[in-house]
Design a binder for this molecule. Structure first.
Ligand SMILES: Nc1nc2c(c(=O)[nH]1)N[C@H]1C(S)=C(S)[C@@H](COP(=O)(O)OP(=O)(O)OC[C@H]3O[C@@H](n4cnc5c(=O)[nH]c(N)nc54)[C@H](O)[C@@H]3O)O[C@H]1N2
Ligand SMILES: Nc1nc2c(c(=O)[nH]1)N[C@H]1C(S)=C(S)[C@@H](COP(=O)(O)OP(=O)(O)OC[C@H]3O[C@@H](n4cnc5c(=O)[nH]c(N)nc54)[C@H](O)[C@@H]3O)O[C@H]1N2
Ligand code: SF4
Ligand SMILES: [Mo]
Length: 748
């Protein structure tokens, strides 16, 4: 932070809104933010910023943002309360439910937790104290198929290869649109610049997407693909590599792997011809892409939300890295590499090259018997766990930074189910579609009033970096950082009552974390007395103390002080090969053919025979000025033309009698929704696209701007019964739908 006269000063802070981790330069006059722009000295983003980064200014000032605890009254309205009143009520209402059944209290964790240091570090403390098996999160409408495949192949869910964007010469990208999303499972500010650089150095970008996206327009080549058939395409690429003797992982990779022959056997039925029928991509083109991928000096295959939130999400995610392996590009410069985070990277701690591996399905959901994954149950079954009577029913819910009523499939069922809860608490910054059901809302400070370090996203970065931001502004006296609320909830969950001694509990949390290090082989703290390490971290408390510990114990042996002295971040260099040390499988090998994945190939084979009846399917899309469901209350982001449109190909529009700009009704097994049609040949025939996160026209919310730009909720038609069989992740792309014109005008 640098200060000049008259209260004018400049602060630097990492943007917490998406995975790109851009550095912001924030000008302030006293407490007022006067401007936000990209920090050109940021070691990673070099001044890049998107419109959401600027929007932090409006988010900070948004009069609709919740600023005190709220308690819901009998008539449904909310009244302001003190923190003590709120926690007393929570204690009173949760205690009897917890006493009867720990699993009676469910938790839903939303996406912003991944961008919030306090919540990442203290959310898990609360979960441990609660001891519930009913844990749900946005990860099962997102990336768990990828993390599951990674865990089975490499040993942990954060051992996810990312494309080495800055050095690759060939990038095959499926189901991602980083020009709108700014990248995901690939922390990479200014993706457009980095993609353009690939082409500028003579490389090639190939995009596979049922829509001709902005990213596709940047590419050398774009292939439309029938939604949900990426695994067919990827298997066919594998098939061609084996068939033509192009499967050459190289001695190094081969020596540390298991299951190569099994992969070859599994790929047999997936001839380019068979895949062509399923995917709609010509067999000759599939052969050519396979040959080019094999011939490229350094290549990477990368898949994201379109390959995860679909019927064969785990298979597709697995095949992406099978291809990276077969072409020798796994763990190689310019290929798909493993980042090394400065703090909290489980594959960098303990014994190198071997671990406990991954286990799934340790328990099942009560109603549908769905498997546990990474300690969670699929969020697609949350509603039924509430609305199905019987022993073990979910009776209370805590949501933390989540809006599942808009973000998860069959929203209307969940919306109704929340009314059947005995008690609900939401930690959130808005009264929105979900939190309006809560009995108590606990607010969180503006991002500018809390510190930041991207614990999760640096584990996925295309370059190793570390950047810590102190709060730009001091906390408001009555709006403390979220770790304090999380510890008070922990006190309640642990039976210590609503007034737990927060600093004593925090010290206990730190001691447990230190003890883990002092007990870990290879840790610089191994064997040291806990008190001694604790003293070294003084006078820090809260998230800063834990972060400092993690940085010191981390692979670069950094300290928080070093990061505090580097407001533009510390560049730790380009990605380096990390195998076999990063492996944490029980075998110490790359498991190319893990059993749960192999078992699902049969289902994929069966789908080859599926008749293609010409029906319509729905896919989603992301838009630059949007962020899932929660930034639609900021005028700077919603101004201009209505963006929540239903994109339909001209041929389909004609066939169904749909007119551009007119409303259409979209129907599925789960429900229906009305949206305005946009006729465009950027979607392939047979596919329509509606963005998610909209539908703000429900009663009882307090988001004036969002309500005036309501849009339609695509998850009213997403079907909670359609899942990726392996992971339990929801199918949000490739949902069978019917379309019909609506004569009535769409309500504004
Ligand atoms: N149909 C369809 N559905 C989808 C997707 C899709 O592609 N298609 N994508 C899915 C994906 S990838 C995701 S990640 C999910 C997102 O699903 P969710 O995480 O459930 O939804 P968000 O819209 O991110 O909601 C974030 C919530 O956090 C609150 N919030 C914001 N900042 C803070 C803070 O600092 N503290 C607290 N306590 N709360 C805060 C917001 O007010 C909002 O209520 O949606 C999924 N749903
Ligand atoms: N502006 C903005 N940025 C965001 C978000 C946001 O809501 N808005 N959300 C953030 C979050 S939580 C996430 S998880 C990331 C996601 O980041 P991305 O994965 O890059 O997200 P999308 O832009 O939705 O791109 C998914 C693409 O998959 C395509 N697709 C759909 N079905 C299929 C299919 O079956 N096969 C193939 N090959 N493609 C398919 C869609 O047409 C779409 O273009 O974005 C993050 N960034
Ligand atoms: S790209 Fe993401 S991190 Fe960068 S400014 Fe935009 S929202 Fe923030
Ligand atoms: Mo996401």
């Amino acid at each position: 932070m640098s200060a000049t006269g008259n209260g004018h000063r400049t602060a630097y802070r990492t943007c917490p809104l998406c995975e790109a981790t851009c550095g912001l330069e924030i000008q302030l006059d006293g407490d007022q933010v006067t401007s936000i722009r990209g920090d050109k000295d940021d070691v990673f983003s070099h001044g890049f910023i998107c419109p959401k980064g600027y929007a932090l200014k409006e988010l900070h000032a948004d009069p609709d943002r919740v600023r005190t605890p709220l308690i819901r009254q009998a008539d449904g309205s909310f009244t302001a309360a003190t923190w003590d009143e709120a926690f007393a009520l929570i204690d009173e209402r949760l205690k009897p439910i917890l006493a009867e059944d720990r699993n009676g209290v469910a938790v839903y964790l939303g996406n912003p937790n991944a961008h919030n240091l306090s919540n990442q570090l203290y959310g898990r403390v609360l979960l441990k104290a609660l001891g519930t098996r009913n844990l749900y999160s946005a990860s099962t409408v997102d990336q768990y198929p990828k993390q599951m495949a990674s865990a089975l192949m490499f040993g942990t869910g954060t051992t996810v290869p990312v494309p080495d964007l800055d050095r690759t010469q060939y990038l095959l990208m499926l189901g991602a649109n980083p020009l709108q999303s700014n990248g995901s499972l690939m922390t990479s500010p200014d993706v457009r610049g980095r993609l353009r650089a690939i082409r500028a150095r003579g490389g090639k970008l190939v995009v596979v997407d049922p829509r001709r996206t902005r990213t596709a327009e940047e590419a050398d080549e774009h292939h439309f693909i029938r939604p949900g058939t990426d695994a067919h395409l990827l298997f066919a690429l594998v098939h061609v590599l084996f068939d033509e003797g192009l499967a050459r992982p190289g001695e190094r990779l081969e020596a540390m792997s298991a299951g190569l022959e099994e992969v070859q056997r599994l790929a047999q039925p997936f001839t380019p011809e068979a895949a062509a029928t399923a995917t709609g991509i010509d067999a000759g083109e599939i052969r050519r892409v396979a040959r080019e991928l094999a011939a490229a000096p350094r290549a990477a295959v990368y898949g994201r939300i379109g390959t995860c939130t679909q019927e064969f999400g785990t298979l597709a995610s697995w095949l992406v890295d099978v291809l990276n392996f077969l072409t020798g590009n796994l763990d190689r410069e310019g290929g798909a590499m493993f980042p090394l985070g400065a703090a909290g990277h489980s594959n960098a701690s303990g014994t190198p090259g071997k671990g406990r591996g991954a286990r799934f399905g340790r328990w099942q959901s009560r109603v549908r018997g769905l498997n546990e994954i990474f300690g969670e149950l699929p969020v697609a079954c949350l509603a039924e766990e509430i609305d199905t009577p019987g022993e073990g029913r979910v009776r209370a819910l805590i949501t933390i930074s989540g809006n599942p009523v808009v973000s998860t499939p069959n929203s209307s069922r969940l919306d109704a189910a929340l009314d059947q809860l005995d008690f609900m608490v939401s930690l959130d910054v808005y009264v929105n579609e979900t939190t309006r059901h809560a009995d108590v809302i606990l607010p969180a400070p503006s991002p500018l009033r809390r510190s930041h370090y991207d614990l999760a996203l640096y584990l996925l970065a295309v370059r190793n970096v570390a950047n810590y931001s102190p709060p730009v502004l001091p906390p408001e006296p009555d709006l403390p950082d979220e770790w304090i609320a999380l510890l008070r909830l922990t006190g309640i969950a642990a039976g210590l009552g609503p007034d737990v001694d927060v600093s004593a509990l925090d010290e206990q949390v730190a001691r447990v974390a230190i003890q883990r290090e002092t007990n870990t082989d290879g840790s610089p703290m191994n064997g040291r007395p806990v008190d001694e390490v604790l003293a070294e971290l003084e006078p820090r408390t809260g998230p800063e103390r834990l972060l400092d510990l993690m940085l010191r114990a981390g692979p670069y042996r950094l300290s928080l002080e070093q990061l505090e002295n580097a407001p533009h971040g510390i560049d730790l260099g380009p990605l380096k090969p990390r195998l076999p040390d990063a492996l944490r499988t029980t075998s110490g090998r790359i498991e190319l053919a893990p059993e749960p994945i192999v078992a699902d190939v049969e289902r994929l084979c069966a789908s080859l025979e599926r008749p293609r009846n010409g029906g319509m399917v729905l896919v989603g899309r992301r838009q630059l000025r949007s962020n899932n469901s929660w930034m639609h209350n900021l005028p700077v982001l919603v101004k201009g033309k209505d963006r929540c449109t239903l994109q339909v190909h001209p041929d389909d529009a004609e066939r169904q009698g749909l007119t551009d700009g007119e409303p259409a009704e979209l129907r599925s097994r789960a429900g229906s929704v009305t949206a305005q049609v946009e006729v465009t040949d950027t979607v392939m025939p047979g596919v329509c696209s509606l963005p998610h996160g909209w539908g703000h026209d429900v009663a009882g919310t307090e988001q004036r701007v969002a309500s005036a730009h309501a849009g339609a909720n695509s998850n009213l038609v997403a079907d909670e019964l359609l899942l990726d069989a392996v992971s339990g992740n929801a199918v949000l792309n490739g949902i069978p739908v019917e379309l019909a014109p609506v004569r009535e005008p769409v309500p504004a």
